[in-house]
Design a protein around this ligand. Structure first.
Ligand SMILES: Cc1cc2nc3c(=O)[nH]c(=O)nc-3n(C[C@H](O)[C@H](O)[C@H](O)COP(=O)(O)OP(=O)(O)OC[C@H]3O[C@@H](n4cnc5c(N)ncnc54)[C@H](O)[C@@H]3O)c2cc1C
Length: 486
């Protein structure tokens, strides 16, 4: 648990630093996905790079992740798997799906640079197998490409030409550790130096507010490192900081599983705030509800405490989680008939009711008489004609629920797996510079990954976090290395 709760980590004045213990051109806080890519690009630009990592070794949450990366625009992998995509269609999808007031400039850069970023990953020794996995989730095998968002779901399928964009390195199952191993080896080969067990505590700024160094603690001793050119904050998000969650994203208290590691305690964000950086979109989160596989579960209907549907049931796990958690008291159920009933493969979902008729199920759940019956009647009536005028579920999952017995799975927040992490963080621009409340860059300071506010908020598509962390980590590393020394 963070010691100073949700407060900004006060910046130390350079006049209070009697001497620096060491120095480097670019100092990076955190050796996760964003940090290693920042380090690689800064080193490629000829900078002397020092990475400070609080854990015993690098990897961070990226190394425990599935390693899916949301990349597109027509990568060689997409083409080899037979899919057409363009930066423009990817841009249209992200603009439509990333919530109100999406970060257009950063989304534009990300889409335009996505094909090049894929090539860069290949150059770092990351292989991808040109095979498509159709199940809209991490492939258990080595397949390299899948859908990981709502590209095929209403209203997005009408707003942008759908294409699968989750790129998965060639390795069975979760690929995060493999991805990080390869990138860390590449960074070491470029001469990047990492100091492990080094917990960054605060930034050092000169009298003009320019960031000139970092204070860190190792084995109980404090050290101060001078950053000749810049500091990059790449220290993860804040889902493991209960006070910050309460302050900024209290709905996450209902999510039972933090998709995070110890480093996600908000320290990087608070260091940036202490130096004058603005924290934005702090209530935005990724909440995944793995209610499928099996896919047959998407043929059921989600209902809330009023016995009503509230979303297309073919929504991606990430969007479904967000929407379900925000229903009245987080109480949601999935109603299925005998033809389609199965248990979610990833667990959760107690059987809440079984009945030979919908009326029986309605009574068992304690709903107001007639509510669930009318919901099912309206749904079945339209589904029989291949229509869903309320939520436009795709025909693939649209079948009348008419085969008794009917079963209801409880997918409420306290019964099912809701996996969450934070998407809010420091405000950054397309150069990955940290911005203050007026939108001016804080001199000498860059941020990327979950320490920076994501463009994916809400409407998260899997792979956006690692994808964005690595892409903007590279941007931060390049611009950090190009900053004029102080
Ligand atoms: C099980 C699981 C599966 C996931 N699958 C996916 C997926 O497939 N695709 C996807 O896009 N996202 C996925 N996510 C989310 C994703 O992994 C993270 O959001 C993303 O990796 C964050 O990258 P990052 O570089 O910002 O942080 P990290 O990779 O966590 O790196 C931050 C680093 O900073 C270090 N650090 C923190 N504080 C300090 C400090 N004060 N001083 C020094 N070092 C510090 C940490 O130890 C860590 O090494 C998944 C998450 C989980 C848990």
């Amino acid at each position: 648990m963070a010691r100073d709760h949700g407060r900004a980590a006060a910046t130390r004045r350079s006049s209070d630093v009697p001497h620096f213990d060491r120095e480097a051109d670019v100092v990076i806080a955190g050796l996760g996905g964003a940090g290693v890519c920042a380090a690689l690009e800064a080193a490629n630009a000829g900078a002397e790079v020092l990475v400070l990592e609080r854990a015993g070794a690098g990897g961070g949450t990226t190394a425990v992740s599935d390693g899916m990366m949301y990349i597109g625009g027509g990568t060689a992998l997409q083409q080899a798997c037979g899919f057409e995509d363009t930066p423009e269609e990817m841009f249209k999808y992200l603009m439509a799906s990333c919530g109100p007031d999406p970060d257009e400039a950063r989304i534009r850069l990300y889409c335009d640079g996505s094909v090049g970023h894929y090539e860069w990953l290949l150059d770092q020794g990351i292989p991808f197998k040109a095979e498509f996995y159709p199940d809209r989730m991490l492939s258990p095998g080595e397949q390299g490409l899948t859908y990981s968002g709502n590209e095929l779901v209403h209203p997005f399928r009408e707003q942008a030409k759908p294409a699968p964009r989750a790129h998965m390195p060639k390795k069975e199952g979760s690929t995060g550790a493999f991805l990080m191993e390869r990138l860390i080896v590449a960074a070491e080969a470029k001469g990047v130096v990492t100091e492990a067990n080094a917990l960054c505590e605060t930034l050092v700024a000169d009298p003009d507010g320019r960031v000139v160094g970092v204070v860190y603690v190792k084995e109980g001793h404090e050290f101060v490192v001078r950053a000749r050119r810049s500091v990059v904050l790449a220290a993860g998000g804040f889902v493991n900081n209960e006070e910050m969650v309460g302050q900024y994203a209290p709905h996450l208290r209902k999510a039972r599983f933090n998709a995070a590691t110890d480093g996600d305690d908000g320290r990087g964000i608070r260091m940036g705030m202490g130096a004058g950086g603005a924290a934005v979109r702090m209530h935005m989160t990724s909440v995944t509800l793995p209610f499928y596989p099996p896919k047959s579960l998407m043929r059921g209907i989600f209902i809330n405490a009023s016995g009503q549907r509230f979303m297309p049931e073919d929504s991606y796990q990430g969007r479904a989680g967000e929407i379900c958690l925000l229903q009245e008291n987080g109480r949601v159920w999935l109603l299925l008939d005998d033809e389609n009933f199965e248990r979610p493969h990833f667990g959760g979902g107690e059987l809440a009711a079984v009945g030979e008729t919908i009326e029986e199920v309605e009574r068992e759940l304690g709903f107001v008489a007639g509510t669930l019956q009318s919901t099912v009647a309206i749904y079945n009536d339209h589904a029989a004609r291949g229509e869903d005028p309320l939520f436009h579920k795709s025909p693939e999952y649209l079948v009348p629920l008419t085969a008794p017995p009917y079963g209801v799975l409880d997918l409420s927040w306290d019964k099912a797996i809701y996996a969450a992490f934070t998407l809010g963080g420091l405000h950054t621009n397309t150069r990955a510079e940290v911005l203050d409340a007026d939108g001016h860059p804080v001199a000498g300071l860059f941020a990327a990954g979950r320490t920076a506010a994501s463009f994916s908020s809400p409407g998260y598509s899997s792979g956006s976090s690692v994808g964005e962390a690595m892409f903007f980590g590279r941007v931060a590393g390049r611009n950090g290395a190009a900053t004029t020394p102080h």
